[in-house]
Design a binder for this molecule. Structure first.
Ligand code: BES
Ligand code: ZN
Length: 592
């Protein structure tokens, strides 16, 4: 036995699963998916095949023609779940497993009607990255393995199923409906995704459609109307879009991430629906994963920066085309703030601040941070600056063409870099960037005149000066966010009243701004916004917002009491990831 992935029982010496055929029924009252999966192997095989499972109830394992396959579930491991060891009879090229998911499956969230916009139907969605696909189906849950699949999902009448795959129609089945999907492009299992609820769609362009609850679909169609121009800009830099369709799904607010790059169907938080298209950078990011991440995939979570660092860099290149250099520079500046806070969280000497990480024995969800994103993007930007943009753009297109539909390690990337641009890695100090903690001194800096102006305004405010109201109100959303991020805390109540009065912060539809404001207010023990904090934390499960709010509420005995009350009232409905993040922040509170 030889394992190469810290988060999977996948053994590269065993046959690989190449294709899945999945038949599942969603039962909302019991919060389970049940049915069967047929796993087609890359070759007729015999002997050991180890699969990942988590919480699955295995009913039977047979060959395609019905011969029983001896199997055993290992002891549960808190990070890996349980190994399902099969002993394949000679000549086996497909295994059929009948099974059901746990009601607490880590990769699923089952919502009550009250947690949706419509309030009438429950809702189900998956989030498989990084290692939760195994709680939906038995599989080789390592990004080294790619599969195509067909899926038939049965739901009660009134529900629609969407998947990160091509829809192939639906048919009535008993009192419900079966939705059929085919995924023609091979994907790592972390990109397996489905959702079911009361859903509608609007076409946005020749290859894009938005899905959402009927109550939000119009707002979503408005917010992301520019999607075709984003795809076209991205293709201009990275080459053809290889997934045929780029559809999007806006989820209920408990979705734990801003976006998830599920191929052919990006999943998005409704907190992006600011009403003014100011948060489309998240869509640009998920779209960019269509090249960096979904085509060229990290081999394991130790190489996660290959997914996210490249994608943040790509996102800002696309933003530059769409909105100009000034807007891109501002995005880099906001990212710097996020990177600084992430470095503080771990400490600059922590091995978790290396780009290449060592996560054997470490839960990847527990150490998720901005480091692979922002440090990674800065490393790519440094390579770009040093090579020159034209040369580097050619390299990136070659890189994507060379590794498309494969998964690579940091070292495989480095070898390709050395082959195509000899000496560049040495010149930028790649060893330090990749293998040592902290941010190297040659990290690129991003500046602009607007940025300097905004920082100036923030430091004036901190000194009790009040810039002219029109000037403050003239800041665009990203500038407003940068301004807020650079205010000191705690701030006195009068300063907070002035801020809210001038900028209408408590009523903002842009959640980045709203939450940064609520964080400042929480850190300042500013009681007038407590109801708003409670409202947000009762509705929104996006960890990017939940974590800083719970952290900020550490400020005083009064804010800590508020946090504990909010958590008690809502934890049963939180996504398991959201719950853990809130708990981790509260565990660090001082007594009282
Ligand atoms: N792939 C990530 C989300 C993710 C990473 C889920 C690791 C689970 C494990 C996605 O592309 C992402 O980075 N989302 C960001 C958006 C962004 C613009 C940086 C988010 O959710 O905030
Ligand atoms: Zn990403």
């Amino acid at each position: 036995m030889s394992r190469i992935d810290p988060h999977s029982f996948y053994d590269p010496e065993q046959p690989a699963v190449r294709r899945l055929e999945l038949f599942l029924r969603a039962d909302f009252p019991s919060r389970t998916l049940s049915g069967e999966v047929l796993l087609r192997l890359d070759r007729p095989s015999s002997g050991a095949l180890d699969l990942d499972t988590d919480g699955l109830r295995i009913a039977s394992v047979t060959t395609e023609d019905g011969r029983p396959v001896p199997h055993a579930l290992g002891e549960p491991d808190p990070i890996l779940g349980r190994r399902l060891s099969l002993d394949l009879p000679p000549g086996t090229d497909a295994v059929r497993i009948a099974y059901g998911t746990a009601s607490e499956a880590t990769g699923l969230q089952w919502l009550e009607p009250a947690q949706t916009a419509g309030g009438s139907h429950p809702f189900l969605f998956s989030q498989c990255q990084p290692h939760h696909a195994r709680s939906l189906l038995p599989c080789q849950d390592s990004p080294r393995v790619r599969v195509t699949y067909r899926a038939e999902i049965t739901v009660p009448a009134g529900f629609t199923v969407v998947m990160a795959a091509a829809p192939r129609g639906k048919r009535p089945e008993g009192s419900g409906t079966t939705f059929v999907f085919e995924m023609p492009q091979p994907i790592p299992t972390y990109l397996f995704a489905l959702a079911a609820g009361r859903l509608e769609s609007r076409d946005l362009g020749p290859r894009s459609r938005i899905w959402a609850e009927p109550e939000t679909v119009e707002a979503a169609a408005f917010e992301f109307a520019a999607i075709e121009s984003m795809i076209a800009s991205a293709e201009g830099i990275f080459g053809p879009y290889e997934w045929e369709r780029y559809d999007m799904l806006v989820l209920p607010p408990s979705f734990p991430y801003g976006g998830m790059e599920n191929p052919r169907l990006t999943f998005l938080t409704p907190t992006l629906l600011a009403g003014d298209r100011s948060l489309v950078a998240v869509v640009v990011h998920e779209l960019a994963h269509s090249w960096t991440g979904n085509l060229v995939t990290n081999a394991t979570m130790n190489d996660f920066w290959l997914n996210e660092g490249f994608t943040v860099w790509a996102e800002r290149r696309i933003l530059e085309v769409l909105k100009g250099e000034e807007a891109a520079a501002l995005a880099w500046a906001l990212g710097q703030g996020a990177l600084d806070r992430a470095m503080e969280r771990f400490g600059p000497d922590s091995p978790l601040t290396r780009l290449k990480t060592d996560l054997w024995g470490v839960d990847p969800d527990a150490v998720y941070s901005e480091v692979p994103y922002e440090k990674g993007a800065r490393f790519v930007a440094l390579l770009e600056r040093t090579a020159g943009r034209e040369v580097f753009d050619r390299f990136i297109r070659d890189y994507i063409a060379r590794f498309r539909f494969t998964s690579i390690t940091t070292e495989e990337f480095l070898a390709f870099l050395e082959e195509r641009l000899p000496g560049l890695a040495g010149r930028v100090g790649a060893e330090e960037w990749l293998y040592r903690p902290g941010l190297p001194a040659n990290a690129p800096r991003f500046q602009s005149a607007r940025m300097a102006f905004v920082l100036e305004m923030a430091s004036a405010w901190a000194q009790g000066k009040r810039p002219p109201a029109e000037e403050l109100r003239a800041l665009n959303p990203d500038e407003t966010l940068l301004f807020l991020q650079n205010l000191p805390r705690p701030l006195p109540a009068q300063s907070l009243r002035d801020l809210d009065g001038l900028l209408g912060l408590s009523g903002r539809g842009n959640y980045e701004i709203l939450v940064e404001w609520l964080v400042i207010a929480a850190q300042s023990d500013y009681e007038p916004v407590f109801p708003k904090i409670e409202e947000v934390l009762s509705r929104v499960g996006r960890m990017k917002f939940v974590r800083p709010l719970f952290k900020a509420l550490a400020a005083t005995a009064r804010t800590r009491a508020l946090a504990r009350r909010i958590f008690e009232a809502n934890q049963a409905r939180y996504h398991n990831l959201t719950r853990r993040v809130a708990e981790a922040e509260m565990a660090a509170y001082p007594e009282g």
